[in-house]
Design a protein around this ligand. Structure first.
Ligand SMILES: Nc1ncnc2c1ncn2[C@@H]1O[C@H](COP(=O)(O)OP(=O)(O)OP(=O)(O)O)[C@@H](O)[C@H]1O
Ligand SMILES: [Mg+2]
Length: 499
């Protein structure tokens, strides 16, 4: 009987369950969006129970669509929106508060306080990360301090902290009746509480951020058998892979050698370069992070350029500005004008991440004249994704000393051909889209399949990777230089908005 591997992809905007075959092809998929909750400017929350409910629903739907059941799956992996933070009651499984989403900026003042003494990079050597509202550790601190009774429960081990991977793994393996409380090295590396070298919780960071160890999950490799799933639709299947979504995409793109990189275009954009078994400290504004750890092997590290808002800007134009009804409509709209009409959008909605790390930046639209139309805004939105990616690529080249010869892409936005062409134009290197662009889910499936012998080694996985399409640069050098210079000016305009 043919066997498959399943992947739960719990993202910022939606939850997916995808069944893959041995060639890495999609056999079945189901997807459901969840609510984005914005209680105040800069605050973003998710309802963890809605996420859990949707996850179970898409698992059932994808299996039913292909007439499969849990016994057809060798194993199941989880990949997740990273840094999103929650805390729940161990006895009842009830969240104590909504999850604080990675984009949430409510701890920016706290970051500034810490930075006063030692600067924004004071924890980089240990954790690979600058002080920023992005990461989970200070979000957890906020929950412990602002939710009644949370700290006492956490100290007593009666409340559990988790990123979304931990929340799902605990619920899938029994919940209050013996669920495993775990996370993997990649997710743990985004808390700013994990020591990069030891891959364990760092005592000094816990003290510094006032986090009780009793509420923290156990840190395990990204590919290993964690336990058996007990929920109805997956009963008996092995949970055997966990990777943060961007690291999962790196694995899905089979970037297993040092120097190999990918850029994923989703809600935000995240470029990761594999740097092998040694963490490389960044001088150019990138993050040092865990790439993955397969069972019985040394952890692998990556340099990462994280951009908060790319596809989310497309959503904002759709939902808040009502420029179009569905995301793909941005492409014909943008194509209806020949260039950006000198309009630039800097989507610093959550401040600016890599390579700037400006908590106090906010979004700007620059270069407006009466000539500008909604089509120019659409074009500027797509272009901002490409410029932000160039900012990150330049930082990556500085830090790694490796000149990019092409860019492997994936994620929802790579369906946009105008964007792909402009990306090649503005980087002046070819842009390559693989056949399977659901690399995030694929990476989680690979982790789960490697742990259970479905695939024997990374060469099996490399053999699955195929090119779908390639775009070559076609923009004159003077235009490229002019566009990028204007972009850099617009970026300056976004700085220091919040006092
Ligand atoms: N044709 C398109 N052109 C431009 N943007 C698009 C297009 N199709 C989808 N998008 C954008 O891509 C994003 C969805 O991509 P994807 O599903 O990879 O996102 P994601 O970050 O993985 O989402 P999640 O965070 O939920 O996992 C959305 O922000 C959407 O606005
Ligand atoms: Mg995703």
């Amino acid at each position: 009987m043919t066997k498959y591997v399943g992947a739960i992809d719990q993202g910022t905007t939606s939850s997916r369950f995808i069944v893959f075959d041995k060639a890495g092809n999609i056999v079945s998929v189901a997807q459901k969006e969840h609510k984005q909750i914005y209680p105040k400017p800069g605050w973003v929350e998710h309802d963890p129970l809605e996420i859990l409910h949707n996850t179970n629903e898409v698992i059932g739907a994808a299996l039913a669509r292909a007439d499969l059941s849990a016994s057809d799956l060798v194993s199941v992996g989880i990949t997740n929106q990273r840094e999103t933070t929650l805390i729940w009651d161990k006895a009842t499984g009830k969240p104590l508060h909504n999850a604080l989403v990675w984009q949430d900026t409510r701890v920016d003042q706290l970051c500034a306080e810490y930075a006063k003494n030692g600067g924004q990079d004071r924890f980089r050597a240990k954790t690979g990360l600058p002080l920023a509202s992005y990461f989970s550790g200070l979000k957890l601190r906020w929950l412990l301090e602002n939710v009644e009774g949370a700290r006492a429960k956490a100290e007593a081990g009666e409340a559990l902290f988790g990123t979304i991977d931990s929340w799902l793994a605990w619920n899938l393996t029994g919940g209050a009746k013996g669920g495993v409380h775990i996370t993997d090295v990649t997710n743990a590396s985004r808390t700013q509480l994990m020591n990069l070298a030891s891959c364990d919780w760092d005592e000094d960071m816990l003290n510094e951020f006032k986090i009780p160890r009793a509420c923290l999950p156990k840190i395990l490799p990204s590919s290993t058998v964690y336990g058996e799933i007990t929920t109805p639709t997956l009963r008996g299947a092995k949970l055997a892979g966990i990777l943060g979504d961007q690291q999962a995409a790196l694995v899905g793109q089979t970037c297993f050698s040092p120097g190999e990189a990918k850029n994923t275009y989703g809600t935000g954009c995240f470029m990761l370069m594999n740097t092998g078994t040694e963490p490389v400290q960044s001088k150019a504004g990138l993050l040092t992070t865990l790439a993955y750890q397969f069972d019985g092997e040394k952890p692998r590290y990556a340099l990462e350029g994280a951009i908060a808002i790319t596809g989310a800007l497309v959503q904002w134009l759709r939902d808040n500005m009502k420029l179009f009804d569905v995301a793909p409509q941005i492409e014909p709209l943008a194509k209806s004008v020949e260039d950006n009409g000198d309009v630039y959008i800097v989507p610093a909605f959550s401040g600016l991440y890599a390579p700037y790390w400006k908590e106090s930046a906010r979004g700007v639209i620059a270069g407006l004249t009466r000539f500008a139309t909604r089509a120019h805004l659409a074009r500027a939105a797509l272009e901002s994704t490409a410029y932000q990616t160039r900012d990150v690529v330049e930082a990556m080249e500085t830090d790694s000393g490796i000149k990019l010869s092409s860019l492997k892409t994936d994620g929802g936005m790579v369906a946009n051909e105008l964007l792909m062409q402009f990306q090649a134009d503005i980087l002046d290197v070819p842009v390559i889209r693989p056949k399977v662009t659901e690399t995030t889910a694929l990476g989680a499936a690979y982790a789960a399949g490697l742990a259970t012998g479905y695939w024997s080694n990374v060469e099996d996985l490399r053999a699955n990777w195929q090119v779908d399409k390639q775009w070559t640069p076609a923009l004159a050098a003077d235009k490229r230089a002019h566009y990028y210079k204007s972009w850099k000016k617009a970026v300056q305009r976004s700085f220091d908005w919040v006092d």
